[in-house]
Design a protein around this ligand. Structure first.
Ligand SMILES: NC(=O)c1ccc[n+]([C@@H]2O[C@H](COP(=O)([O-])OP(=O)(O)OC[C@H]3O[C@@H](n4cnc5c(N)ncnc54)[C@H](O)[C@@H]3O)[C@@H](O)[C@H]2O)c1
Ligand SMILES: CC(C)[C@H](C(=O)O)[C@@H](O)C(=O)O
Ligand SMILES: [Mg+2]
Length: 368
């Protein structure tokens, strides 16, 4: 049988730095576990714009549609801030999500014991935390029409449209309920049904899908602003949170800080099954290109490495190997290995991006 195929799009800023560590781990699986991937690489974001004048070349888009899974680093940077909106680096990522129809974005926030002291929240609030935010990723205000900057009278007006169809809500709700069944069987749906019609529909459809297909799952609803507050107050009340594209973006960055650092949060963006039964899939850290630390070897590669672990689990049915990677990460953290973002005010000597990758490789070796 052919090896599973991976397309690596490392992108901009710290993207290539953290992806270099993932490549080492992919190599480790080939030599030490006999699990070999056919890896190809291409450009996305600002680096693609620099070469092709577009943040995602059509050939790259076509390759992404063909492979078993895409691994992405990060896109963006201040040097691209003044580009026309249509060619900004972020548009490359949004095109991948939309054209691959990756409607279900799983963003787990798990607090490793070794980092519980390091979170900006109290240890008892975050210790043992293990929640997943399921963010709708292909619709809502990110893609709704009309959109643009128009002139009305003698002033400009900026317009974006929050738009959700019933079927778009239903399919991401199903994905959240399915996930909850494999975890602690609880879903909390977040919207603003108190001020938005799209929020009213969201709440109704999630409830209908629940009552019809998942009555065994415990479902609650919360306004997204209250949800943000509850995430900081007592995050362990949640198991799976399902929410729209924009609220999911904000809530998942907030959840990142529960785990200690944005450099810790992985994600899987999943779509419908392909002909081979695997879901369309893209895996990426939740963080961005971190221009403030790019090129300095300071970036934490763990979010990107854990995103690869999610690929092992969700695309390649290698849950035990995913656990092996997660356990290796847990071990190096327990051993006190820290990149700069994981250093507390008491200080210490941080390791570099590649030293963190090497420590995780050593822990993988030790797991054999
Ligand atoms: N998926 C993506 O590609 C993605 C996600 C978010 C932001 N962005 C883009 O990235 C650029 C910068 O955005 P931003 O500064 O708002 O967000 P960011 O996530 O890049 O950085 C926010 C802060 O977190 C730190 N940080 C992020 N990842 C880290 C890591 N792995 N290790 C250590 N520290 C880390 C950064 O140094 C910075 O201080 C923008 O162009 C934005 O559009 C891209
Ligand atoms: C870079 C940007 C398009 C993206 C988003 O807003 O979805 C990012 O913030 C994320 O969380 O993946
Ligand atoms: Mg974001």
């Amino acid at each position: 049988m052919a090896n599973p195929s991976l397309l690596i799009l490392a992108g901009d800023g710290i993207g290539p730095e953290v992806m270099a560590e993932v490549k080492k781990i992919i190599g480790w699986f080939g030599t030490k576990r006999g699990i070999t991937f056919d890896v190809s690489e291409d450009l996305v974001g600002g680096c693609a714009y620099d070469k092709h004048g577009t943040p995602l070349h059509d050939d790259t888009m076509a390759k992404a549609q063909e492979v078993d899974a895409v691994l992405l680093g990060a896109v963006g940077g201040p040097q691209y801030d003044n580009l026309d909106f249509s060619v900004k680096p972020e548009r490359g990522l949004l095109r991948l999500r939309k054209e691959m129809d990756l409607y279900s974005n799983l963003r787990p926030a798990q607090c490793f014991d070794a980092l519980a002291d390091f979170s900006s929240l109290k240890k008892e609030v975050v210790a043992g935390l293990d929640i997943v935010i399921v963010r709708e990723l292909t619709s809502g205000v990110y893609f709704g029409e009309p959109r643009g900057i128009f002139t009305e009278g003698n002033e400009r007006v900026g317009i974006n449209t929050q738009r959700y169809t019933e079927s778009e809500i239903a399919r991401v709700a199903r994905s959240a309920f399915e996930l909850a069944r494999r975890r602690n069987n609880k879903v909390c749906s977040m919207e603003k049904a108190n001020v938005m019609e799209s929020g009213i529909l969201w709440r109704q459809v999630v409830q209908e899908v629940h009552d019809r297909e998942y009555p065994d799952v415990q479902l609650s609803h919360m306004y997204a602003d209250a949800g943000a507050m509850q995430l900081c107050r007592w995050p362990k009340q949640f198991d799976v949170i399902v929410t729209d594209n924009l609220f999911g973006d904000l809530l998942s960055d907030a959840a990142a800080m529960l785990t200690g650092s944005l450099g810790m949060l992985p994600s899987a963006s999943l779509g419908a099954p392909m002909a081979n039964g695997r879901p369309k899939a893209l895996y990426e850290p939740v963080h961005g290109s971190a221009p403030d630390i790019a090129g300095q070897g300071k970036a934490n590669p763990i979010a990107c490495i854990l995103s690869f672990a999610m690929a092992l689990r969700y695309s390649f049915d290698l849950g035990d190997e995913a656990k092996r990677v997660e356990a290796a990460v847990e071990k190096v953290l327990a051993d006190g290995v820290r990149t700069a973002d994981l250093m507390g005010p008491e200080g210490g000597t941080p390791v570099s991006t590649s030293q963190m990758g090497d420590a995780i490789l050593a822990a993988l070796d030790a797991s054999l």
